[in-house]
Each structure stands twice: as C-alpha cells, then as structure tokens.
Write a protein that binds this ligand. Structure first.
Ligand code: SF4
Length: 429
C-alpha cells in the first residue's frame, strides 16, 4: 500500500455516536498516511460526518456545501460525505460530493482510498483514533428498532445490531491499560443490548439482563473509575438496569429522553410508554439512588400538540425535577412517519412553548446546582483556558477551578464555592 502525504479535516454534526464514528474514519485515513489538520483551508480532503435525525442537520450540510464549492473553484480538494443519511438524501448529495458512503459501509471508503486491509464486515471493529487517552467512546450497538415517528435513525442506521461482549470488554481493558479512566458506552438504545456471545459473561455475574450484565463486568475492571452510557430508552429501563446503575464506578447521572408529558402526544410519537410509566421509572431510580442527577430531551410543537398537551409537559417537567434538559422545536424530517402528519403548531407557538420550558429549566437547574455549595465533587478535567481547568463531575455538572493545564486528564476533587446555572465554580482540594 502506497502511503500519501496529504492532509484531512473532519466535520462532525450530531450525537456522540457520530463523534465516535468520526474516530473510525480518522483511523482509516491515518492508516493510509493522511495527517489531521484543524481547518478546511489546510486540508486536501474534507469529510462531513452528518446526522440525519433532524432536517436541520441536513440543511446544515447543504449550507456547508456552498462554502466548499467556493474553495473547490480555487484549488484541488476532495469532499466526502458520510454519517446516517437517508437514501433519498444520498442520491441528491452524490452529485455534489466526490464520494458519499453510509458509515456502516466504511469498507467502501477504504476501497475509495485504494486500500482494503483494515475494515472488515463490521465497521465498529475498526480500532478508532481516540481523541484523548483519558476518556473514550465505546459503541456497543448501533441501529434502532423503535421507530419513533419523528426519527430517521431506523431508516438510516437500520435495525439494532450489538457488538460482542468479548470485543467490547477487550477494547475497554486495552483502553484502561493505556490510562483511560472514563468510558462512555454508546448506542441508539444501549439498554436493549443483545450480544451473541453471552457465554463470555462471568459465572458470578448477578444479573440476567444483558446490559446490566455488561455494566457489572465493566465495574470489575481495575482502574476504570467512571462509566457512563447513552442513549437509554425508557421502555428498556428494567429493575436490573436500574440496580446496575448504582454500581460503584457508574457516573451519578442518567439521561432519559421524555419527549412529551402528554400521553396522546407520546402515542403519536410512538414512544411506547406513558407519562405514568416514565414517572414509575424515575421513582425506582431515585429509590435506588436518591442523589442521581437526571437529564432529558423534550420536543415542543409536535403535530397535534394542543396548549393542554404542552401544559401537561410543563407540569410533568416540574414534577420530575430534571437537572438539565435539551429542548427542540419540532420540524418534520422527510422520510419519517411524522412527516406525513400536518405540522399544525405555528412557529410562533413552538417558540413560546420552547421559551417557557427553557426558562423553567433555568430556574430548576440553578436551584438544583445551589445544593452543591460547599460540597466536594470529583471532576475529570478535560479542558484548560485562561488559567481555568474545567471538566465534568460524576453528576455531569460542568465544574471549573483555577489551575494550569497539567491537570488535564486528571481526576481531582473540587470544593464548590459558587454554583451557577451552567457551571459550578470551586477550588481544588
Ligand atoms: S429510540 Fe426513537 S429517537 Fe431514539 S434512535 Fe430510536 S427511533 Fe430514534
């Protein structure tokens, strides 16, 4: 294989899974000799790794493409598109990019680069170019069987497939042996993890649910102090998964998408639970771990959402007392079931509902953060700027303290002095 001396730059839109996929695309490029650069202007080859869940992400790709074409008029540059892309989008984009491939077919990209010795049938088995030594994404499954009516993922990533337990544990053990202290397990629906090699689980593993069993195995690995996962679906949040979340090395945070507090809207979204089911799950979680921090996602203005439906979401939010939430105004995603529904909530109403929820979240977030005053939190430092070190606590709160970059990658204890809405400020102890 002849190595190139060209440069590449990857732009990632979307979730952690896309970020993890980017690490595999980077590994393939570096295998053939490409060097990473941090801007398009310096690159010979640019990869856009796009998300397809929302139409806005696809719109961003079109916007980005216009800038690319200006550069291409002036010099030679190669543009590649990958990610989770619907077939129709792929057809449209194929004419404008030099090469378009489905991320699950990473081997096609390898062939495009004139090599075929790295990617096998399962692209997740490619050893990624990890972004840091101290924390890493480890996908355990991909795809989704849930068909939420607004989401394109089941059409782009296909049905759920799980990685083997043996492969996941080997990857994690290697990472930990090389100094990694924080692992984030990834998948569209991690708690429906269903590997073929269940015989690999230890005989004394106390659980029967496969995801709970995996969490237990991870908790046996010496040196791995921080384990986190995303995304979990409420319908698969069993008693065993909830118990496994209380194992000693698990982070003290759960992100569990609610999407709506109205049962009518949840049914139209095809979420497969009611607000009462969700409430019971949260009660069980808080019973096992009263101090857990809880985050969620909510869509406002879904087709047919009345003022009364929204009011139910608003009240339910208050009752659940979430630590943080991400709010989206509904927009139809071509190719999904919901795109066939009338998008009948005006933009004005979507905005009003979004702002109401947002201001409620800010009040609750600040109130909950104020409880951290004078408490000591454990922080993994992932950033340094202007004399501040910043990182996540075990509750996934951003924390900062004054120090230097020698702390990046270290786990430290910080006493919180000034809790703010988006940041806990403190001192190193
Ligand atoms: S659970 Fe629903 S929202 Fe999440 S990936 Fe699957 S279909 Fe999409």
């Amino acid at each position: 294989m002849e190595k190139t001396s060209k440069t590449y730059h990857i732009i990632t839109f979307g979730c952690q899974m896309n970020r993890s996929d980017t690490e595999r695309v980077a590994a393939v490029l570096e295998h053939v000799g490409y060097k990473s650069v941090n801007s398009i202007e310096l690159a010979d080859l640019v990869v856009i790794n796009s998300c397809s869940v929302r139409q806005t992400a696809i719109d961003r790709v079109w916007g980005f493409l216009r800038n690319c074409e200006v550069i291409k008029e002036k010099r030679e540059i190669t543009y590649i598109l990958t990610g989770c892309i619907l077939d129709d989008d792929k057809k449209r984009f194929t004419k404008r990019f030099d090469f378009v491939f489905d991320i699950k077919k990473l081997a096609e990209f390898e062939a495009y680069l004139h090599t075929r010795d790295m990617v096998g049938d399962d692209y997740l088995e490619v050893l990624p170019k990890y972004s840091t030594e101290y924390q890493a994404f480890v996908p355990i499954m991909t795809g989704c069987n849930n068909f939420c009516s607004y989401c394109a993922v089941p059409y782009t990533r296909g049905r759920e497939t799980s990685r083997k337990v043996g492969d996941v544990l080997n990857e994690v053990r290697n990472l930990v042996a090389n100094g990694c202290v924080h692992i984030e397990l990834l998948g569209q629906n991690v708690n429906s993890y269903d590997p073929v090699d269940v015989e690999v689980f230890s005989e004394n593993n106390p659980f029967e649910h496969n995801f709970a069993r995996l969490l237990w195995e991870m908790n046996q690995i010496d040196g791995l102090g921080r384990i986190y996962f995303s995304s979990a679906h409420p319908k698969d949040m069993t008693q065993e998964v909830i118990q496994a979340m209380a194992l000693p090395n698990m982070l003290n945070y759960l992100h569990l998408a609610l999407q709506s507090g109205s049962n009518e809207i949840l049914a139209k979204m095809n979420r497969k639970y009611t607000s009462d089911d969700y409430r019971k799950i949260v009660q069980m979680i808080r019973h096992v771990n009263p101090n857990i921090s809880l985050g969620t996602d909510i869509i406002v203005g879904f087709p047919g959402e009345t003022e009364e439906d929204f009011e139910q979401t608003y009240q339910f939010y208050q009752e659940m007392d979430f630590d943080i939430s991400f709010h989206a105004m509904y927009s139809p995603r071509e190719g999904t079931m919901a795109a066939k529904f009338a998008d009948d909530v005006s933009h004005e109403d979507k905005k009003k509902r979004w702002h109401r929820l947002q201001s409620q979240m800010k009040k609750i977030t600040l109130k909950k953060n104020q409880r951290y005053k004078d408490r000591v939190v454990e922080v993994l430092v992932d950033k340094e700027y202007d004399g501040w070190c910043e990182g996540n606590s075990r509750e996934m709160k951003r924390v900062r303290f004054q120090s230097d970059k020698s702390f990046v990658g270290k786990v430290v204890n910080v006493k919180v002095i000034e809790p703010k809405m988006w940041m806990l400020e403190g001192v190193l102890i």
